[in-house]
Design a binder for this molecule. Structure first.
Ligand SMILES: Nc1ncnc2c1ncn2[C@@H]1O[C@H](COP(=O)(O)OP(=O)(O)OP(=O)(O)O)[C@@H](O)[C@H]1O
Ligand SMILES: [Mg+2]
Length: 364
């Protein structure tokens, strides 16, 4: 699962990527600085992991990770080959969620490809290109489905209705995630086409230092413009955080963060939000060798969760011993939780909860 950073050229996408990941992407004050996507594996900051580390005192700790991709800037006409053309639209298609960066700061020294700061307009520019790309996809599919539908194929007729609904929505400037489908229609006809505007999105408002905590007028306009999308809007002083990240010393970084009014980097909040956007959740294993956060899809069963460690764990799954995170902390160790009778023994239908501390029994 990966989240892609998307936006107009020169709005701070690579700078954001560098805040999140240790992989250094080139960022500079000119449009189309990024051409090939930069890929980074980013640790998901999770205070629960430090707490478990404290209690178990393991040899090593492994946080959950999320893959972040920094993609080239999009411009008007991209879907027709303008700018870097279609290539990076393919890069976006390969992601599972979109972090849409919007420039929400004034600075005459930083070029804006459309010559003025207007994040709502910028958002629409990007949306239109993505919608046009999806329109192309749906029209291609419709051509085929219509043929089958004319021969009286009932399934094809149903599909045609759904695809027409998508086509009309896109033509009205709506993104597919804003359209409503029945659960079946979505699973059968919409999801398989992997539309770009169906991917979950989060808006990242790139502000200056003064607006790091409370945002500014640009941010308010963005919030207003996206209020029907049920999408999260995150405020981040990307440039400032990148500067702070350059400091080697942890104490010094904390000091600068406090100076701008933050108790943790906005990028930490962003990574956690991206993780949620990808519909991922965490369970833990807490052994003396390793305390580790594992990533699963929300709604995973115990065997599916076991399968993330090893496919044999899933195939040979017998049962799972489960301790709720809160109980683990309250009693302080696996043994004490057992003593208190708070350890659950769960079978293959158990739906794993976020934060469960798990131990699997299996045979191979
Ligand atoms: N909040 C900010 N305030 C001031 N300058 C910023 C801010 N965020 C980014 N910048 C500056 O904007 C310029 C462009 O940033 P960056 O290279 O990250 O853009 P990009 O979106 O990746 O562009 P491209 O699409 O061309 O790859 C850089 O000089 C960067 O330092
Ligand atoms: Mg870039």
């Amino acid at each position: 699962m990966k989240a892609g950073i998307v936006g107009l050229p020169n709005v701070g996408k690579s700078t954001l990527f560098n805040c999140l990941s240790n992989a250094k992407a080139q960022s500079a004050n000119f449009p189309f600085c990024t051409i090939e996507p930069n890929v980074g594996v980013v640790n998901v900051p999770d205070p629960r992991l430090s707490k478990l580390e404290e209690l178990v005192n393991p040899e090593r700790v492994q946080p959950a990770t999320v893959d972040i991709v920094d993609i080239a800037g999009l411009v008007k006409g991209a879907s027709k080959g303008e700018g870097l053309g279609n290539q990076f639209l393919a890069n976006i298609r390969e992601t599972d969620a979109i972090l849409h960066v919007l420039r929400c700061f004034d600075n005459d020294n930083i070029v804006h490809v459309d010559n003025s700061v207007n994040p709502v307009r910028d958002k629409e520019t990007i949306d239109i290109e993505l919608q046009l790309k999806d329109l192309e996809t749906v029209e291609k599919k419709l051509e085929k489905v219509k043929k089958a539908s004319r021969t009286g194929n009932k399934d094809a007729q149903k599909e045609e209705t759904v695809l027409m609904q998508i086509k009309e929505g896109l033509e009205q400037g709506k993104s597919i995630r804003a359209l409503e489908f029945s659960e079946d229609a979505y699973a059968d006809y919409v999801k398989p086409l992997q539309f770009i505007t169906d991917k979950p999105v989060m808006y990242v408002c790139n502000v200056d230092e003064a607006a790091a905590v409370n945002g500014n007028e640009y941010v308010e306009k963005v919030r207003e413009a996206v209020k029907d999308e049920h999408a999260e809007v995150l405020v981040l002083a990307v440039g400032t955080e990148a500067d702070i990240n350059e400091l080697d010393d942890y104490e010094e970084r904390q000091m600068f963060l406090q100076d701008i009014g933050l108790d943790e980097p906005g990028s930490a909040k962003l990574i956690r939000a991206a993780y949620k956007l990808l519909k991922q959740q965490t369970y833990f294993t807490a052994g003396v060798k390793e305390v580790r956060a594992w990533t699963i899809n929300i709604g995973s069963t115990a065997p599916q969760a076991a399968g993330v460690i090893h496919t044999d764990f899933e195939k040979g799954f017998i049962r799972a011993e489960v301790i709720g995170y809160e109980d683990f902390v309250k009693f302080g160790s696996e043994a004490k939780v057992k003593e208190a009778g708070k350890m659950g023994v769960e079978g293959k239908n158990y739906i794993v909860k976020d934060g469960d501390v798990m131990h699997f029994l299996f045979n191979v």
